[in-house]
Ligand binder design. Structure first.
Ligand SMILES: Cc1cc2nc3c(=O)[nH]c(=O)nc-3n(C[C@H](O)[C@H](O)[C@H](O)COP(=O)(O)OP(=O)(O)OC[C@H]3O[C@@H](n4cnc5c(N)ncnc54)[C@H](O)[C@@H]3O)c2cc1C
Length: 564
């Protein structure tokens, strides 16, 4: 069997290596248009920021590794230019010489990835405007940043304030994870960085109140955010600088511009071969990664996948799914019955020492789909036992089905061990778990790593308390005519108060029940929700109509960020 794989990075390289492990006899050709196979594109922003100093560290495996270890005929600088599905051949062009050759195939795998969105804006081709997609892209950015012409070249040996190098100004366009990672790295290099984003938030998969927290954090670390504003064009300015013009009429001067406006599936070859393209613009495949032509498979950023939670077609440009899909395509070609389960968009990003991570569906997606059968909770557990040094709070939002408790999505922000909580919840979602399963999850615990009630258990307990009716909740956008009861200690009120709330500290509540109305909903507040829960239980058992305000004053902070 002869298998040709187009694209030699995440999906393509995984497919090639897996196929060899399953079939020693297959003839495998893997072609890659660029100069490298199997490179770590996820590391590129950190190479730009000099965290990963050597370019060679990004090269996970070479052509030779594939040849010697896997007997894969890996060809770099080799572009697939035409598929002839009827004859089952593919035309390949040597990028360096222009020579075109034709290869036959029994099975073809497309893993061409995505193309960076590059709108035809005035001045977009000016020198100094870059994208971050490949190793040569990162090299070009580093060379540009390090060139002398940004300032008075050769003046370093003179003293005097006029030779003090001004901050290099960078404008990053796009607040997705590549844009943010690159922006963070440029701040680390001491640059003056502005991030322009057309949406009203960074990190679009997060719900807005969670993204607001991230935005505040970014600004506190020196990143200037210009949200709700699209770029309209670029102009050449003096000394090689660029002026970035926006739709709102603002101008941002820049010595370097990074375009990170998102990606779209690279479907050029698939379209020319007459393969079906889906509603979201990606190559349509079945759960075995087969395209509309049974001898052609497609994987990675180029395809549409079913969202595991919503069942909708979606585009997910992530390395994990691409690797798994490459493996599944290899399995199926080798005769195994592997299937892709769909994607949850599980993601994580580190920014200035903090972490944002999420999995599954967001509240705004559920609202967009008109789905009303869900509830959300906010909780702020510690990363590990509070008495052990270094514990930091994690802000979590968890979404679940009201009707059956199925876990739908989770978002978390924090500094420590955020990843393991979202990873556990991601696995739970994939297993179709409910919040009742989270209550029962048996997770690692000793004081330096977690709590006897891990944040994942805790999320399950809080959510299950809501669904069982033990802890009816309300949210800050729905306080209505409720009676606000604040059960914090008076000293806490000095820091921040809930307007209109009556304060009865939890310890005095049993003795002061007579002060509370029996004909109104009592909405109970504390700092994070825990004492409010205890109070709610006490009030319910004494015949009051009590509800906990989910997340307490901490989620009030989220709600206020949205209002402002
Ligand atoms: C800067 C950056 C940071 C990222 N960080 C993360 C991260 O932290 N976490 C995460 O999950 N994901 C991350 N990603 C996304 C992840 O890298 C991609 O989702 C993944 O690489 C997709 O795999 P793929 O095989 O579909 O495409 P790619 O890995 O992009 O590989 C496609 C290859 O196909 C080649 N090709 C295209 N057309 C042809 C042709 N006609 N002939 C020959 N070769 C062709 C291209 O040159 C390219 O090298 C990041 C991506 C970038 C660019």
């Amino acid at each position: 069997m002869k298998v040709v794989i187009i694209g030699g990075v995440a999906g393509g390289a995984s497919c090639a290596a897996r196929l060899r492990r399953l079939d020693e006899k297959a003839e495998i050709i893997m072609v890659e248009r660029g100069p490298y196979v199997s490179y770590a594109n996820c590391g590129l922003p950190y190479h730009i920021g000099d965290v990963i100093e050597k370019e060679s560290s990004l090269l996970v495996a070479t052509e030779n590794t594939f040849r010697s270890q896997f007997a894969v005929d890996a060809r770099t600088n080799c572009e697939a230019i035409k598929i002839s599905p009827d004859r089952k051949t593919i035309d390949l062009r040597n990028v360096k010489t222009g020579e075109v050759t034709t290869e036959s195939y029994d099975k073809l795998v497309l893993s061409p990835g995505a193309v960076t969105v590059r709108p035809p804006l005035p001045g977009i081709d000016l020198p100094g405007i870059f994208q971050v997609r490949t190793v040569p892209d990162a090299r070009a950015i580093r060379e540009w940043l390090e060139r002398g012409s940004l300032f008075l070249a050769g003046m370093d040996k003179y003293s005097g304030f006029q030779t003090v190098r001004p901050k290099t100004r960078a404008v990053v366009i796009g607040g997705g994870f590549i844009g943010l990672e690159t922006a963070e790295n440029l701040v680390h290099r001491g640059f003056d960085v502005t991030l322009v984003e057309m949406l009203d938030q960074v990190l679009a998969p997060l719900d807005r109140e969670m993204a607001r927290v991230v935005e505040g954090y970014l600004e506190r670390h020196g990143l200037r955010l210009a949200l709700n504003d699209g770029v309209s064009g670029f102009k050449q300015a003096a000394n090689g600088a660029i002026e970035v013009e926006t739709k709102s009429g603002k101008t941002y001067p820049a010595d370097v511009v990074i375009l990170s406006l998102g990606v779209r599936p690279d479907t050029a070859l698939a379209k020319s071969a007459g393969l079906e393209i889906g509603e979201r613009g990606g190559i349509r495949v079945d759960d075995q990664m087969r395209t509309s032509n049974p001898d052609i498979f497609a994987v990675g950023d180029a395809i549409e996948v079913k969202d595991f939670v919503t069942g909708q077609w979606s585009l997910i440009a992530l390395a994990g799914p691409a690797n798994r899909q490459g493996r599944i395509a290899a399995d199926v070609i080798a005769g195994r019955d592997s299937r892709f389960r769909g994607t949850q968009g599980t993601s994580i990003i580190g920014l200035f020492g903090a972490v944002a991570a999420w999995t599954g569906v967001s509240e705004k997606t559920l609202n967009r789909l008109g789905d009303k059968d869900f509830e959300k909770i906010y909780l702020y557990p510690n990363s590990h036992a509070g008495y052990y040094p270094g514990a930091r709070p994690i802000a979590m939002k968890v979404l679940f089905r009201k009707s059956d408790g199925r876990l739908l999505g989770a978002q978390a922000l924090g500094e420590v061990n955020v990843d393991k909580r979202i990873s556990a919840l991601a696995m739970a979602i994939q297993m179709g778990a409910t919040i009742y399963d989270l209550e029962e999850a048996e997770l690692c615990y000793s004081p330096q790593f977690g709590s006897a009630k891990d944040p994942v258990n805790f999320a399950g307990m809080v959510a299950a308390g809501v669904l069982r009716g033990d802890m009816p909740i309300r949210h800050w956008d729905d306080t209505g005519k409720g009676f606000l009861l604040d059960v914090r200690d008076p000293v806490e009120l000095a820091v921040e108060q809930a307007q209109g709330a009556v304060n009865i500290p939890l310890g005095q509540l049993r003795a002061r029940l007579g002060e509370l109305p029996r004909d109104r909903d009592i909405l109970v507040i504390c700092r994070s929700g825990q004492r409010a829960y205890y109070a709610t239980r006490m009030l319910l058992q004494n015949g009051f109509k009590a509800r906990t305000l989910s997340g307490g004053m901490l989620s009030r902070f989220h709600a206020q960020l949205l209002e402002n």
